[in-house]
Design a protein around this ligand. Structure first.
Ligand code: M6R
Length: 609
């Protein structure tokens, strides 16, 4: 997804902007650019490619006197990745430069509107219309021009704007796309995300929906869409600057995999008191409301959706009510049957995924009770949710999620036990037992991480394979979905997840000599059936890696390789099973030499539909 940065201060802006853009590389991008206020007006430098390419271009540019600027990493949506389509966009008059994250849905209509008024366009982007539209309305008052233009924009946008005639300020505006403001000493910043500016300041706030900020080096003034001045308390970011860096690991992904024991402990421990009572701190959803809930819908995208598919099984079993998991991109258009007795659980690491945000709005519109599980504090989904449960996983930089997935899973399990206690579907003693099992998850994950050698060995045998089939039943199938996504997104190996019982209804025709099948066999009630499925694929030539419980000898006897999960109670199995599969994906991608943290075509935060 596109990344925005902006600096206004007394230091040379160029190195700060380039450094900040590098911190946003994890979002995925295909081109980059900067705009600086110089003595002769707004100076733009931009290029297709990496920040390293941009660095080469700006190396000989005399810019030490430029102390105000904006920068952008572009993830192409409208128009191919190219120099001309890169941001910033400078209006033809040279008066206005804009960086944009989001999508202007009515840009074609706006182009016609502006063409009829003598404007022309040189890019294929939706964003260029913003700089020209602001230019069109500009009459000496930057704020008025931005607000006038905004009235005509449909879609989502975070914007950083420079006016040549106001060389000491940046204007920022956002709707449905994230933007933060960083407050420094005699300098201020804008950025799409915190790591971009952490080196310079730890005092930040998130710009609210349709808020406009005017940043000079001395002050930041914010107005809501009605023009009223708004005061924001800053949030102090306590992360060590290195928490947003790799800390000695080869990739963020492997660092984040190894952070899972700590992340899970941080997410669950503060919510369990000494008497093993669960404290979620709900403000508006009462015990009575929880007793009145008669169905649950979990909606999310990608891995967060996969958390929902796992959670569906234990929520249904524990609470004995209908539970569905639905992709957020489908939910909104599927006329969901929900009312005030439905609990909608929204799951999102970034809290900015647009499909998920829109699903949240749909759920609220239809009167559902909403609890969101989010990692990024004060993100859009968190801000708009009735109740928020934060996963305290810390910043997740790798595009492929690992620790966010694990903490989401643990938190949703805790929510399930909390509801079971209030609804009386489990006794206190039963819940206590489950909580103790959950408290043991970090140690279980750690023991898997202490023994990565066997996973590395298996990766070395199969990293050249073309296709992989993950199979499982019940929760193991739900986990297969995530394991398969993890492998394909970072290694580019074609992989699919199948409910094992479905194999013989079609997909078994794909199995031939040497095809790799990864069988998840931890769900004890259906173990016999999984063993039969393994035999079926082996009879057709498949090589089978089985993920099994610590005491399972039956599957071991039929599989080519096994990965054992340490002894644990059922509630912990999913949290442990996914770990070796994340590692397998990582080591395979690493052996293939893939760009693990920034897989091709992917973005960390998907803020377009
Ligand atoms: O930020 P979110 O949790 O809302 O993101 C949802 C998906 O885009 C995300 O989980 C994606 O599938 C991951 N990159 C997969 O590793």
């Amino acid at each position: 997804m596109c990344g925005i940065v902006g600096y206004v201060g007394v230091k040379p802006a160029m190195p700060i902007l380039l450094d900040s853009l590098e911190k946003l590389e994890y979002r995925g991008y295909d081109s980059a650019g900067v705009a600086l206020i110089s003595d002769s007006g707004i100076m733009i430098r931009k290029t297709r490619g990496r920040i390293a390419d941009l660095r080469k271009i700006v190396a000989s540019v005399p810019a030490d006197d430029c102390t105000v600027g904006i920068g952008h990493t572009r993830w192409a949506t409208h128009g191919e990745p190219s120099d001309v389509n890169s941001h910033p966009h400078l209006s033809k008059s040279g008066r206005v430069a804009v960086v944009h994250n989001g999508i202007i849905e009515n840009y074609i209509e706006l182009r016609e509107y502006l063409r009829a008024r003598g404007y022309s366009f040189s890019t294929e982007t939706d964003s260029e219309v913003v700089s020209e539209l602001i230019d069109y309305w500009y009459n000496g008052d930057p704020v008025a021009a931005v607000r006038k233009a905004e009235q005509q924009l449909k879609g989502s946008y975070a914007l950083g704007i420079l006016f040549a005639e106001f060389p000491e300020q940046i204007i920022a505006l956002r709707k449905d796309s994230p933007l933060i403001v960083g407050i420094g000493e005699g300098e201020n910043f804008i950025a799409s995300d915190i790591p971009a500016i952490l080196k310079h300041t730890r005092e930040v706030f998130r710009l609210g929906e349709r808020e406009l900020a005017i940043l000079t080096r001395r002050r930041v003034t914010v107005f809501d869409h009605l023009g009223n001045q708004v005061r924001h308390e800053t949030e102090h970011i306590a992360w060590d600057a290195t928490a947003a860096e790799k800390g000695g690991y080869s990739h963020f992904m492997i660092k984040e995999i190894f952070e899972q024991p700590d992340a899970i402990a941080k997410t669950i421990a503060p919510r369990i008191d000494d008497e093993l009572n669960i404290r979620l701190g709900f403000k508006s959803i009462t015990d009575e409301d929880i007793r009145n809930i008669n169905s649950i819908k979990i909606t999310a995208c990608g891995s967060a959706y996969h958390v929902g598919v796992v959670a569906k099984h234990f929520l249904k079993k524990t609470l004995n009510i209908p539970v569905e998991a639905e992709l957020a991109s489908e939910f909104r258009y599927d006329d969901p049957i929900i009312d005030e007795h439905t609990l909608v659980i929204i799951v999102s690491q970034s809290g900015e995924t647009l499909d998920t945000l829109y699903a949240l709005r749909e759920a609220k519109k239809r009167g559902a009770r909403v609890v969101s599980i989010v990692n990024v504090v004060a993100s859009s989904i968190a801000n708009e949710s009735e109740e928020v449960l934060y996963t305290w996983a810390g910043p997740e930089i790798a595009v492929a999620t690992t620790k966010a997935y694990s903490t989401q899973l643990a938190l949703i399990e805790l929510l399930c036990l909390y509801m079971a206690g209030i609804r009386g579907s489990m006794t206190k003693a039963e819940i206590d037992g489950e909580i103790r099992a959950m408290q043991a998850i970090p140690a279980g994950v750690q023991s898997l991480l202490d023994n990565v050698k066997s996973v590395q060995y298996i990766a070395s045998l199969y990293f050249n394979c073309q296709d992989v089939f993950f199979i499982g039943r019940n929760i193991d199938y739900a986990l297969s979905l995530e394991a398969s996504l993890k492998l394909k997104e970072i290694s580019y190996i074609h992989s699919e997840a199948y409910a094992a019982g479905e194999l013989k209804h079609g997909s078994i025709s794909l199995i031939e000599d040497g095809t790799l099948v990864i069988a998840l066999c931890t769900y004890r009630p259906l173990l016999e059936k999984m063993v039969s499925n393994i035999k079926e694929v082996k009879a057709r030539g498949a090589k089978v890696i089985a993920v099994i419980n610590h005491d399972d000898t039956q599957t071991e006897a039929v599989a080519d390789h096994v990965i054992r999960i340490p002894e644990c109670k059922d509630i912990a199995v999913a949290s442990l099973t996914i770990v070796p599969l994340q590692l397998l994906a990582y080591y395979i991608a690493s052996l293939k030499g893939c760009d693990i943290d920034k897989p091709r075509n992917l973005a960390k935060s998907v803020t377009v539909e």
